[in-house]
Design a binder for this molecule. Structure first.
Ligand SMILES: C[S@@+](CC[C@H](N)C(=O)[O-])C[C@H]1O[C@@H](n2cnc3c(N)ncnc32)[C@H](O)[C@@H]1O
Ligand code: SF4
Length: 361
């Protein structure tokens, strides 16, 4: 009897020691790797099991509609939030200045590839800003050369791109999308789609010519809003001849461009469904036009933020999952809010390798 109670006390003592050591190790580990702890969020420790629960993702942990895991066929990695432009409607704002170390970003991209990723799109903030585009170039090269991804693309405002970048990394890039919301310089200024008085359109045409010279497919993205909704862009788009012209209806995201803690207030840019349709009707002769209404856009993108957390937009804001670097892709993607049907409906899967495109150049 006496021996049995001694053994039980000893076991309890050992268990207590193990859990204390585990807690200490976890707290040290979280400090060394800030993305584990979700820097930028107010954090609170859920338990010593390694679960870090933030006020934002606590809701998700309780959510009933956690999704079954889907394949991350096409992923958008917003590795930086910093930008040199001030677009008034921007829905991915500079809430942190964090960028993962290069080797960690590569590790995450490898995990995605192992989970079935075929296309990666690098976005931001402005992706050419960090290390003057060298960080981006290294990721582009890694994804094409090492991971052999069928499609590697970038979305940029085009203002920071240099010819040298194309000389070094152009061969690894399939598609470069440049955002342009107006062919009137003054309208771009009013929107904030500019750095100071520098010409946004000048950069657009320069980059378009480099794409031709260095054999990169050229794409254009436009956000339709109150400032450009009456414009007719047919002539300019026809002349620039992009492989795709994505036309977005200006979207509001709480905490980004709407609501109290947002860095932008974009309500004055918002247009109705009918106004958006009228813009589309004016451009029916442009065959490369791909329209994206708010409904089509909101949940049809797999978005990874600067910590490699999927962002769930279903509630009209960007609720983060845990980082794929901590819990893996299969677990994190269940909190992505991704609507695969809508992704296919909006034509998310298309000929996306430049090797398969019949580029005229
Ligand atoms: C957030 S930006 C980041 C990349 C780069 N800075 C740029 O502007 O192209 C990615 C894309 O989202 C678009 N975008 C930004 N805010 C938007 C909004 N409120 N509604 C719809 N599209 C938006 C941009 O025009 C761009 O094509
Ligand atoms: S939409 Fe404008 S402000 Fe936002 S990241 Fe792109 S260029 Fe910067």
């Amino acid at each position: 009897m006496f021996l049995a109670s001694e053994v039980a006390s000893l076991r309890l003592f050992v268990q207590l020691c193990i859990s204390t050591v585990y807690c200490i190790l976890w707290s040290v580990f979280s400090k060394v790797r800030p993305w584990t702890a979700g820097v930028g969020c107010l954090q609170e420790k859920g338990s010593c099991s390694g679960e870090t629960i933030t006020p934002v993702n606590r809701k998700q942990h309780q959510k009933k509609d956690v999704q079954p895991a889907t394949t991350p066929t096409s992923v958008n990695y917003h590795f930086t939030r910093k930008c040199n432009y001030k677009c008034g409607f921007c829905f991915h704002t500079a809430k942190t200045s964090f960028v993962l170390p290069l080797e960690e970003a590569k590790r995450g991209l490898k995990l995605l590839k192992e989970s079935g990723m075929e296309k990666i799109n690098f976005s931001g903030g402005e992706p050419f800003l960090h290390e003057k585009g060298d960080f981006l170039g290294k990721l582009v090269q890694y994804c094409k050369q090492d991971l052999q991804l069928p499609s590697v693309s970038i979305v940029s405002n085009g203002s920071m791109i240099k010819e040298k970048w194309f000389q070094k990394y152009g061969e690894y890039l399939d598609i470069l999308a440049i955002s342009c919301d107006s062919f009137e310089e003054e309208t771009n200024q009013l929107i904030g789609r500019a750095q100071g008085r520098k010409s946004h359109l000048g950069n657009l045409y320069k980059v378009r010519n480099w794409c031709q010279q260095y054999k990169v497919a050229f794409k254009i993205n436009s956000v339709i809003n109150t400032f450009n909704v009456d414009e007719d862009m047919t002539e300019h788009i026809t002349q620039l001849s992009p492989v795709r012209w994505k036309v977005f209806q200006c979207l509001l995201i709480d905490g980004e461009n709407a609501g109290e803690d947002a860095l932008r207030q974009a309500e004055r840019f918002v247009i109705s469904e009918q106004q958006f349709q009228e813009f589309l009707d004016r451009h029916t002769s442009v065959s490369c036009l791909v329209p994206e209404s708010n409904e089509k856009m909101r949940d049809s993108y797999l978005i990874l933020d600067e910590y490699m957390r999927f962002l769930d937009c279903r509630e009209g804001r960007k609720d983060p999952s845990r980082s794929i670097l901590d819990v893996g892709v299969t677990e994190a993607i269940r909190f992505s809010g991704f609507d695969e049907k809508m992704f296919l409906k909006r034509g998310g899967k298309y000929v996306w390798s430049k090797a398969d495109m019949r580029l005229e150049w």
